[in-house]
Design a protein around this ligand. Structure first.
Ligand SMILES: Cc1ncc(COP(=O)(O)O)c(C=O)c1O
Length: 383
């Protein structure tokens, strides 16, 4: 099974990194649930010595996602946070990092509560404004860590222009592409050095695994990531690697439906009298709609809206019947959440206010159900 150069996205998703099993011909890469590998003789083995270091199921997933993201190599970790933690080990004391101010709370916690103990300095800036990134850069800046769109206010960063800036200053650009997915957004093709995902979300897509992956392009980064994955050992298990590998096969068709459902829900909410504001990059009134059209392929499955009061938000979250009230995102089933009291409860209120995250905001991760059923559910919850 050979992928031709120039194969298209859905073909890459289904086939990249996967060959029929050499012993049986099994079309699906098996779950190599083993801790070690028998060697032929002293000093001669089949390329596998110990399963923290190498595992064929994990290797297949890593090659698959590296190809999907147009990168050179991938490294899969036990969670999205473990993947971000591995990237963080590229920093040393005295280094400075510029981070999207509305970054995922777990990323902020790792940077703010752990890495600052090692004399690494962070500036949190609104990376949707290039001039603020430029102002925040210092001689000691080694990394720009960008999330776009952000959660839950869906603010965008112009990746091509940010990459130009990073390159000119010799700063690594890392993009957390979890929210968009590689179907919707292509950071490495726009000039980023590394992409990170919580595979827990769209890549796996079925809400049944926790994992993370880093895809890199530079040889020195790849060498370090391979070293640190083995040195720290926060690897993705064979079973989880297999689940994500199964998930990526349908990434293309799932994301097309997530895009359709996100747009349909946003358009419905925009017309509902009880909804004061809808935030969705696919709506013409999104302040960065033009950038979204340039940078994204569809606008994703995440929609946020404001119903004017905490009580109103509480009622909507409690009254939906088809949608599930839960944290997380990116699965085939639609989830609803109240960011201020759930995912962003640990973010100080003044910080929430700065980024426009109100108590009356509700977030939806649109699944791939029939959009009419989702809209009917929202309508009865709002009415
Ligand atoms: C944008 C983003 N990055 C990283 C993470 C962390 O991933 P995980 O929960 O798999 O550790 C999350 C989790 O919600 C996320 O939303």
């Amino acid at each position: 099974m050979k992928l031709r150069a120039g194969s298209h996205f859905s073909t890459i998703c289904i086939h990249a990194g996967q060959e029929p099993d050499p012993t049986t011909g099994a079309i699906i890469t098996p779950i190599y649930q083993t801790s070690t590998y028998v060697q032929d003789e002293l000093g001669r083995h089949k390329g596998y010595e110990y399963a923290r270091t190498q595992n064929p199921t994990r290797a297949a997933l890593e090659a698959n996602v590296a190809a999907i993201e147009s990168g050179k190599a991938g490294f899969a970790f036990a969670s999205g946070m473990a993947a971000i933690g591995a990237i963080a080990t590229m920093l040393t004391s005295g280094d400075h990092v510029v981070v999207t101010d509305n970054t995922y709370g777990g990323t902020f916690r790792l940077f703010d509560k752990v890495l600052t103990r090692y004399q690494i300095d962070f500036s949190y800036v609104d990376t949707s404004r290039l001039e603020l990134i430029e102002q925040a850069l210092r001689p000691a800046t080694k990394m720009l860590f960008v999330e776009t769109p952000t959660n839950p206010v869906l603010r965008l960063t112009d990746l091509a222009r940010t990459a130009e800036l990073a390159r000119a200053r010799n700063v690594r650009l890392v993009v957390d592409n979890t929210f968009a997915s590689p179907y919707v957004q292509r950071p490495l093709e726009l000039g980023a050095d590394m992409v990170v995902h919580s595979t827990t979300k769209y890549l796996n897509g079925h809400s049944d695994s926790i994992g993370g992956i880093v895809v890199a392009t530079r040889d020195d980064d790849i060498e370090w990531l391979r070293f640190i994955q083995n040195a720290e050992g926060a690897i993705l298990s064979p079973m989880d690697s297999w689940l994500v590998l199964r998930g990526t096969k349908t990434l293309s068709v799932r994301m097309a439906q997530h895009n359709l459902n996100g747009q349909a829900i946003a358009e419905f909410l925009a017309t509902h009298p009880k909804v004061q504001k809808v935030i969705y990059p696919g709506l013409p009134d999104h302040p960065q709609h033009d950038l979204a059209r340039r940078q994204m392929n569809g606008f994703g499955g995440m929609v946020s809206f404001d119903v004017g009061s905490f009580e109103g938000a509480r009622r909507v979250c409690n009254r939906v019947q088809l949608m599930a009230l839960a944290e997380s995102l990116g699965g085939v089933e639609t989830l609803i959440s109240h960011p201020a009291s759930m995912t962003h409860a640990s973010v100080p209120p003044e910080r929430r206010a700065e980024i426009g995250l109100t108590e009356s905001m509700v977030r939806i991760s649109a699944g791939i159900e029939d959009p009419d059923d989702l809209i009917a559910d929202l309508r009865q919850a709002l009415d």
